[in-house]
Design a protein around this ligand. Sequence first.
Ligand code: MG
Ligand code: ZN
Length: 224
Amino acid sequence: MTQNSSSSRNIPVVEKILNANEQLASENRQRLDQAGVFGINIMASPGAGKTSVIEKTLAGLGGRFKVAAIDGDVATSIDADRAAAAGATAVQINTGGECHLDAVMLRGALQQLDLPQFDLLLVENVGNLICPANFQLGTHKNILIASVPEGDDKPYKYPGMYRGVDALIINKIDLLPYIPFKMDYFRKGVQLLNPDLVTFPVSCMTGEGFADWITWLVAHLQKA
Ligand code: MG
Ligand code: ZN
């Protein structure tokens, strides 16, 4: 008998927190829908290239849409500053040490934006492959960025993250010749967890692959 009674007592509390988050997430979604804004939540480990992908995405959209960026960071505004320099209206969320964004934090950030003037909202989550998957924000799509230097075993190690996303960007493919990353093994792990997941192998250094990602994004944006 190894059941831990204190952890089983905690379960209802955790469920309450997650249910409250779901409720706020659906309110955030309503806000976005009423304003005609298509929102995506971008998740990844630290250093996978979230901010670089946002910069490349803004460049690829080429001013065709009005874009807001919300950047969650534990301490700095470096990412929000980069998004602003790339042409987005940027709002910084300092999470005060929290390792993920939640729907309350997003609600606070949305209040700082005049939403109806935007077409697209890019939310950069805190770099972390564990808990961001458990906290819906109310965005329309959840995007995961994997990167070649992280290794080909990440779908196997962080299944929760790979299961819950709507699109997968595989960044830093320019490094494939230098790193023992087996794309077949990586893709097999992804396939097991999320069989129909659409994937975009890209490089922020060379720009390879971004045309397909931009096409996907624009198609969903225009449907919203
Ligand atoms: Mg970043
Ligand atoms: Zn967390």
